[in-house]
Design a protein around this ligand. Sequence first.
Ligand SMILES: NC(=O)c1ccc[n+]([C@@H]2O[C@H](COP(=O)([O-])OP(=O)(O)OC[C@H]3O[C@@H](n4cnc5c(N)ncnc54)[C@H](O)[C@@H]3O)[C@@H](O)[C@H]2O)c1
Ligand SMILES: [Zn+2]
Length: 700
Amino acid sequence: MSGTLSEAEAAAELERLAADIARHDDLYHRQDAPEISDAEYDALVRRNREIEAQFPDLIRPDSPSRRVGATAAETFAKSQHGEPMLSLDNVFGPEEFAEFAARIRRFLGLSAEETLAFVAEPKIDGLSINLLYEKGRFIRGATRGDGLVGEDVTANLRTLKDLPLRLKGPHPERIEIRGEVFLEKADFLAFRDAQQALLDSGKRVVVPANPRNAAAGSLRQKDAAITASRPLKLFAYAMGAASEPVAETHHAWLKRLEDWGFDVNPLSKKLPDEHAAEAFQAAMGEQRAGLAYDIDGVVYKLDRIDWQRRLGFVGRAPRWAVAWKFPAEQATTKLIAIEIQVGRTGALTPRAVMEPVNVGGVVVRHATLHNEDEIARKDVRIGDTVILQRAGDVIPQIVSVVLEKRPADAQPFVPLTECPICHSHAVRDGDDVVRRCTGGLICPAQTVERLKHFVSRRAMDIEGLGEENIQRLYDEELLRSPADIFRLAAHAERMRQWEGWGAKSKKPEEAKKVPNLLAAIEARRRVPLERFIFALGIRRIGEQNAKLLARHYVSFPHWREKMIAARVIGSEEREELGSIQGIGPAIATELVEFFAEPRNLAALDDLAGQVTPEDATGSGAADSAFAGKTVVFTGTLTTMTRDEAEAVAERLGAKVTKSVSKKTDFVIVGADAGSKAAKATELGVATLTEEEWRSQAGID
Ligand SMILES: NC(=O)c1ccc[n+]([C@@H]2O[C@H](COP(=O)([O-])OP(=O)(O)OC[C@H]3O[C@@H](n4cnc5c(N)ncnc54)[C@H](O)[C@@H]3O)[C@@H](O)[C@H]2O)c1
Ligand SMILES: [Zn+2]
């Protein structure tokens, strides 16, 4: 409670809050990756405001109550707005709204007879942008940034279909137009799932927490082509600096925006006076669930622009507009079970199954529980009564448990150690919060995804086996594992009977579909070892790591054998694997887990019966200094193991022997070398230091 704070304590807390809030602003606005929920963030802001109200002398120059957003990120050129872009004050109910309207009346000295018309606009949770048009052409576009200076995202904005590059009809010489860039709910969900899948497969991507972060992340890309690939939408709703007045009311101004070719939210409406707001708010609340996009409230803007000018701004928000936020939609229900879903990439995600309940117009049966740590943190047990919430996010969350209603037989959640689908081990690694199925090659939940990866261009590169065809072959039960691909020839006749697959087709390219496909498959019976390893889709084994493994182990049988031995913690092979430069212990663990599942190994061997991985070869083995030469290693090498060095030499065409004789061409002398080095000198055999060996062998 701020009531009990001493002045020194208040100052210290304000300092801490300023720093904390600035950090969360940065995470939210610049990195599009908030660490805390909006409700938690809003609580910090409220706390700051309360203390400031009590100790006005302590208000800091960097106080969050004076700032908007966050400064522009360095990655973008800076763009100064012609007029500041501010935030909006919030109200949460009819009394607060009435107070807002009364303040306007007081400020303007209006009599009770004077009517206050407003324009109501749904508040979409996206990000606001400022668009500069000169002579009717789109010149520059920027994010809000800190309100004065934003990030120049012109190239990205040009990719938005809704953004007119030229204004239609008459227009001022120079004008700033503002609007909201956002993603629709369905597009957000698809995008979030795709990002999650990438994350699961070991890619470093951000999974957006809500549509706003997703929209902001999509727009704030260095590569505009990425922005272009995201279905961003734009509604225009305001004006910044303009070279001449455009309209006398906000409503007329929205009409001009439409004339110029912008989309204006069709739900925006002019209200005759402040008393119409409550009904509008209620109507939007009812429509909310059915809208294609998420809204978190309604923005009410005073219609008369001359009055807006007189009212101006206070702090970080205009006096003439307000955001009336919807209350977070909550409901109470009973948790019946926690089921585990296995994602396409093997992530096990707990999901709450509840007695159906209506939350803000949507019947909810399931809620995400994210991961087992979250279940533990909220102490959610099966049989509990829980409070559900749909806030800004589309997906309901469990906020908390009603402990008073916990039945005596409520069951704590016990994490599964087995995949519920394929019964392979399910493991959590290091500080990863996600538990994963290790049955990569055999888990039905992951099969289609693995097969797609297996045939993809950078992996086995089997032409004609696109996603659709993989799915079809899977649905027809011809494909279950990678090896099955190489047995498809036996089903050629059956495949030809499918619609569009040949027999019934008139188009020549369809008639040849099956033979072409089978030929493409045959062509891949031999592939470089590194592609083969990469194609297996083992977590964290991307192209680069596959290459390192192939180079180190050279042949498939050798690699396989070493991986099996490496299952033993502390074994020489495990150490060797972990010490390969670029691999390291974490990746070693992923590999070892893959090999620890016997059915993965069976699937791998099945595949190796169909495909022959070619030994890894160094660049230009034939013309290397070691081709056809006999070499001996002695002493301890510091940059690679003896095994690796021998493998490299063999790959370069050398014959590696153990003892030095007159037939020896080179002796590579490591540290603490003994008699062999002496013998080489005695016989006049060339010796190389480790460094010379590396450079002649062409190792980095
Ligand atoms: N979780 C976190 O760490 C974190 C950090 C910072 C901010 N936040 C959240 O961000 C919000 C504060 O951000 P804010 O300052 O942008 O305020 P705001 O989002 O509450 O309101 C201002 C914004 O509303 C948007 N808007 C939508 N429709 C509009 C319309 N028709 N007319 C005008 N504006 C419209 C614009 O983008 C504008 O910038 C809060 O909800 C806060 O919880 C969260
Ligand atoms: Zn599984």
